[in-house]
Design a protein around this ligand. Structure first.
Ligand code: GLA
Length: 393
């Protein structure tokens, strides 16, 4: 039993090119890729102007395509999206006729980016094929990687105006307005700016990015997909966000980033019990993320691992976004010697756990989980990868 090896980028590109030839009858002229991500620590802190520590994965969304001169956009996906059609066609948006979200749902992320793209000139139509090795809906940012791949593709057709950092905001806006998910900024930032062999400590208030080396061959990052997605997730995310905002407001602060543990205890009476618990998670998680980045910088994996476990417990008990499957995966990983830490990662209510461990115990951990987990787990062993790229054809 081996971990699913992340698809090689080259194989993914070849698959997209072949699909493009079949569908559109010519070779594509352009290709781009954007990675999925795993967040090592700093969960549900990005929309509280806090700190996050994600790394880009060796799992990618690839887009190949070719401009066309009739103002139409034709998109094909090679992924399975339930009962949805794999092909969709629409016109380049104009001021009179903007794009709107609709069916198929997978295309909304792309439409949103096209609609919000700050083109420095007229945007031509195009044909494109999208293919991805990021598991869909698995909490590894398949959506952000599709948005960022689309943005990077559009840049090849017509340059964008504005600062590099604002690319992440356009992609985030696409997700807010076309997919209806009020996400933070972490996923788009890491997919754009990820660095090989580094995690990125991102300050979601100043948007400063500090690379933290993560290339020690003695350690590994194991991602375990629970392969469950509880329907609660999508409805609870905006509720958590709102609870955090109302907690900050009640404490007289702009965001929970401006609150420390002392403020929280002093202001406890001003909060409902739920607001207090949500805020306690966020305030402590920001502190943990700062400590974890320092621990990683000095290769102190024991401390890093302890902070991961504290993060998981806080997400489970105070923020209440874990689920029995994720809790079981964390517990199983932690029971194997050589594991430093493990936690749920991403929005929660299913999706993946992330585990930091000695590289040579990875097989044992996977075996143990496979034998004991009540569901079916899928594994990814990934190094930290670069962010979005133009791919030579
Ligand atoms: C989702 C969102 C991110 C972030 C995480 C939780 O992945 O897209 O912006 O809020 O949840 O940390």
């Amino acid at each position: 039993m081996a971990a699913t090896r992340p698809s090689e980028g080259a194989a993914l590109l070849a698959e997209a090119r072949a699909a493009f030839r079949r569908e559109f009858g010519s070779e594509p002229a352009l290709a781009v890729s954007a990675p999925g991500r795993v967040n090592l620590i700093g969960e549900h802190t990005d929309y509280n102007a806090g700190l996050v520590l994600p790394m880009a994965l060796e799992l990618w969304t690839v887009l190949v395509g070719m401009p066309r001169s009739d103002g139409h956009i034709s998109l094909l996906t090679t992924s399975e999206h339930a009962d949805e059609p794999k092909r969709v066609e629409f016109s380049v948006p104009t001021a009179e006729k903007p794009l709107e979200p609709g069916l198929p749902r997978w295309a909304n992320y792309m439409k949103g980016v096209i609609q919000h793209y700050p083109a420095a000139g007229p945007l031509p139509g195009f044909n494109a094929v999208v293919t991805s090795s990021v598991p869909l809906g698995g909490g590894l940012s398949s959506s952000a990687s599709l948005e960022v791949a689309t943005y990077t593709f559009l840049q090849q057709l017509c340059p964008d105006s504005g600062a590099a950092i604002s690319r992440a905001m356009v992609c985030q806006q696409a997700e807010h307005s076309f997919a209806g998910v009020p996400c933070g900024i972490m996923d788009q930032l890491i997919s754009l700016f990820g660095q090989k062999d580094h995690a990125l400590l991102i300050d979601c208030r100043s948007l400063e990015i500090h690379p933290v080396p993560l290339s020690d061959p003695g350690i590994a990052v194991l991602i375990t997909n629970s392969n469950v997605k509880h329907s609660l997730g999508s409805s609870q995310y905006p509720i958590r966000r709102q609870q955090c905002e109302s907690a900050a407001k009640a404490l007289g602060k702009k965001s929970l980033r401006d609150v420390d543990m002392k403020d929280l205890e002093i202001g406890k009476e001003l909060l409902t019990n739920l607001e207090y618990l949500r805020a306690r998670h966020v305030v402590s998680e920001i502190q943990r993320t700062s400590e974890a980045a320092a621990a990683l910088s000095s290769s102190n994996y024991l401390v890093f691992g302890r902070l991961m476990v504290e993060s998981h417990n806080s997400l489970r008990d105070d923020f209440e976004v874990s689920c029995p499957e994720l809790d079981q995966l964390v517990m199983l990983a932690l029971s194997v010697p050589g594991v430093y830490g493990s936690r749920m990662t991403g929005g929660g209510f299913g999706g993946c756990t992330v585990t930091l461990l000695e590289a040579d115990v990875a097989t044992r951990v996977m075996q143990h989980i496979q034998e004991q987990y009540k569901g079916t787990a899928t594994f990814y062993l990934s190094k930290a990868a670069d962010g979005a790229k133009v791919q030579p054809l």
